[in-house]
Design a protein around this ligand. Structure first.
Ligand code: DMJ
Length: 747
């Protein structure tokens, strides 16, 4: 190449241009016999001087043997296409036609030509005898060939695969590790996994790797989805049937395995419960009020016993049993829910009756679907607290037995439990109305306390693992404005609709974060953080003050506030006050005051009705405050939340107004809900005549009457430093380590 002096006029023309010129007989301006041509001399003249062409195979021959050259020029810029033969332009030349170039022994082929062609020799004396022009042409041909190959990678029909193969194999960053290289029949996701893993290990300085990786993953996900859809479509009904059976079998096996885990319960040292002495209050009026509440309990219990014994609940007007689908075929909800209230009220005979029934008849081997949440808070919760208060083994055994039966509810792709569970088959599903098949925050978020105690009493960590995984899933998710939506899809592990509520669908999730921390003897710092972060978001986005000065907690729907507060939301007053204990000092007083404000608002919702018991939901819009405006929100079903908040506020402040407000509720219950056959809910709290709903809810005995009784008892009955109430008011002891527990007992 040393003899080549590019003409300033020609400059460095594109290779295709030269090839084109050459083939047409217009040799590039090169030296002939080492003499540079005068600058600017036309190519045609050069050729006419005998230059390169005179000693080389005629261009025609070359064209005949390797017209592939023209194919190369086919990819030249449009300006050059006029010099191409028709066959080349039409792309009719097969790529294989290039082969002669490689095989020509006479130097016409690259195989021989390039070997020594660059040595500056002349044609006819072997490969080393190429002239500069020839070498140049060969170089052009070769580079054009490379361009053709590269182009083919992109434009051939399945070039993407080829390309990815080339890229992945040429770039170590994108190659699957050896053990993950997909072989024949290997699944696409395996390959993706291999790449992902490789990337996680860290490939320095390769920003393209991430993009490629994502593209590969997207492509593979698509392929998998298509494959699965195709497979399902191709299945015969019998095959689908068989798949369902296999799935059922798997669940059954899991259940068996879970059962094996609990062959026998370990010995647990039962420590005598603290604060169950039940001393009479010193003040005679308080004593009287307290015994009135005990009489209410007796009325509710005796009527249940008389008309609905062994069934779930009582219909006090019809005087018969009431079955709610929430418990499937499990029976005795009122018996189990009432156990601890009977115990703390000193109703020993009734407690023994209840225990005998449980021993004989409480059966969880039912072929029916239950609400996991309801069964957990009422049955597991009731049995656990009965055990901790009485030390009777039967309650521990039954609680663990039921806990094991609930474990298959966690068999979802994310481990977030299903809302409904068939107790026999172990198959779970969600409420059909819940956003896109979601599980409900307040339901899956209200298992923690019970399951931690089940782990403790069974000696098996599986219960704790299940509920701790719920946290893991939650902590991975982004929260809109720091709030927790009410819906979470157990299959995808992603939020459903962005609705947020501290009332129905959300409520006890927040309650259990706080109580998980307290029940762990304040060691569960993750729960503490989650609770205080959530409360901060609630304060910022949900808590508002009405023009009349009432603080309320609104609901949040995709960023818009609905100025409505549910009866269920009224529990939050007690929660905020209870949480003041662990808050940073500067915030503690604030949380206590917030609790007091919510208590006042909820009291107003009672006070503004005819019967002095509050509606299911009340609003702060359309010119009203703390009043239900819709007919379907005017009912009262013996709910406890407002009285629950009075109980915490009384215990934490001893402000006498809470006892006054609690007594107002007792009087209202006696005047409007008490009937011969027990206690009934009301359909409308704003009208004078009673509109009974004819249901005595089991939580009336578990919660409403228990909280009332505690308000008129001394603080040393179930002291808050030692007991944590689950959301159904079942007291669980704080889980301290053994040594600490003994110290506390001794004190
Ligand atoms: C009870 O079962 C529990 O308090 C639950 O957390 C909410 N609803 C009822 C009482 O209203």
């Amino acid at each position: 190449m040393e003899n080549f002096t590019p003409s300033p006029k020609w400059g460095l023309q594109p290779a295709v241009c030269r090839a084109c010129l050459f083939a047409k007989g217009a040799a590039p301006a090169r030296i002939a016999g080492g003499e540079p041509l005068p600058a600017g001399r036309p190519a045609a003249q050069t050729r006419a001087l005998g230059g390169l062409d005179a000693q080389e195979p005629a261009p025609q021959q070359l064209t005949a043997g390797g017209s592939e050259v023209w194919l190369l020029s086919g990819s030249a810029p449009d300006a050059w296409t006029d010099c191409q033969p028709a066959a080349a332009i039409s792309g009719a030349m097969p790529v294989g036609g290039l082969l002669p170039l490689f095989s020509s022994p006479g130097g016409g082929g690259l195989g021989g030509g390039l070997g020594g062609g660059l040595g500056g020799g002349r044609k006819g004396s072997g490969p080393a005898a190429f002239r500069l022009t020839e070498k140049f042409v060969l170089l052009l041909v070769f580079s054009a060939f490379i361009t053709l190959c590269f182009g083919a990678i992109f434009f051939l029909p399945d070039s993407s695969k080829l390309l990815s193969g080339v890229l992945f194999h040429s770039n170590p960053a994108l190659q699957p590790p050896a053990e993950h290289k997909p072989g024949l029949g290997a699944r696409a996701e395996d390959a993706a996994e291999g790449r992902v893993r490789h990337r996680e290990e860290g490939v320095p300085g390769d920003p393209g790797a991430g993009l490629e990786d994502n593209l590969a993953r997207i492509r593979e996900n698509h392929e998998r989805a298509l494959r699965e859809a195709k497979e399902t479509l191709q299945k015969l009904p019998e095959e689908i049937q068989r798949d369902i059976l296999l799935e059922k079998e798997k669940v059954a096996q899991d259940q068996l395995r879970d059962k094996d885990l609990f062959g026998g319960l370990p010995k647990v040292d039962f420590l005598p419960p603290i604060g169950v002495e039940n001393r009479e209050p010193a003040d005679a009026t308080i004593r009287e009020k307290r015994s009135k509440i005990k009489e209410m309990m007796a009325h509710a219990w005796n009527n249940y016993k008389r008309y609905a014994w062994g069934l779930n609940e009582l219909k006090p007007i019809s005087k018969e049993g009431h079955s709610s689908s929430l418990f499937g075929n499990i029976k005795g909800a009122t018996i189990v829910d009432a156990l601890d209230t009977l115990f703390i009220m000193g109703m020993k005979t009734e407690f023994q009756e209840a225990k005998s029934w449980i021993k004989k008849y409480l059966d969880f081997n039912v072929n029916a679907e239950v609400s996991v949440f309801e069964v957990n808070i009422r049955f597991v919760g009731g049995l656990l607290s009965a055990y901790y208060l009485s030390g009777e083994e039967i309650f521990r055994k039954k609680a663990v037995e039921l806990g094991v039966k609930l474990l298959p509810a966690f068999h979802s792709p994310s481990g977030i439990p299903w809302a409904l569970l068939n107790m026999k088959s172990g198959i779970g599903r969600n409420w059909p109305w819940a956003s896109g098949g979601s599980s409900i925050l307040a339901e899956f978020g209200t298992l923690h306390l019970e399951f931690m105690h089940l782990a403790h009493l069974s000696g098996n960590p599986v219960f704790a693992e299940k509920v701790m995984n719920i946290r893991t899933v939650l902590n991975k998710l982004d929260k809109p404005e720091g709030l927790y939506p009410n819906y979470l899809n157990p299959s995808s592990g992603q939020w459903g609709q962005h609705h947020v509520s501290v009332g129905g669908l959300g409520d006890s999730f927040y309650e259990y974060l706080l109580k998980a921390w307290l029940m762990s003897d304040k060691t569960d710092l993750e729960a503490k953080k989650m609770y205080f972060d959530a409360v901060q978001a609630i304060e910022t986005h949900l808590i508002r003050k009405s023009s009349g000065g009432l603080t309320y907690i609104a609901e949040w729907k995709g960023g818009l506030l609905e100025h409505k507060m549910g009866h269920l939301t009224c529990f939050a007053g007690g929660m905020f006050a209870l949480g003041a204990d662990g808050a940073p000092e500067a915030r503690a007083q604030h949380y206590l005051e917030l609790g007091a404000e919510i208590a006042r608002t909820c009291h107003e919702s009672y006070n503004r009705t005819y019967v002095k018991l509050g509606p299911e939901a009340f609003r702060f819009d359309g010119g009203v405050e703390a009043i239900a405006t819709r007919q379907n929100e005017k009912y009262y079903i013996l709910r406890p939340e407002v009285i629950e908040t009075y109980m915490y506020m009384w215990r934490l402040t001893h402000d006498p107004k809470y006892r006054t407000w609690a007594w107002e509720a007792v009087e209202a219950l006696e005047s409007h809900c008490r009937v011969n056959g027990g206690y009934s809910g009301l359909r409308d709290v704003y009208i004078a005549h009673e509109s009974y709903d004819d249901v005595q809810q089991s939580f009336f005995l578990a919660e409403t009457l228990k909280y009332l009784y505690l308000i008129f008892s001394d603080d040393d009955l179930l002291p808050l430093e030692h007991w944590i109430f689950n959301t159904e008011a079942h007291p669980f002891p704080i889980l301290r380590d053994q040594k600490k527990e003994v110290d506390v007992q001794e004190k």
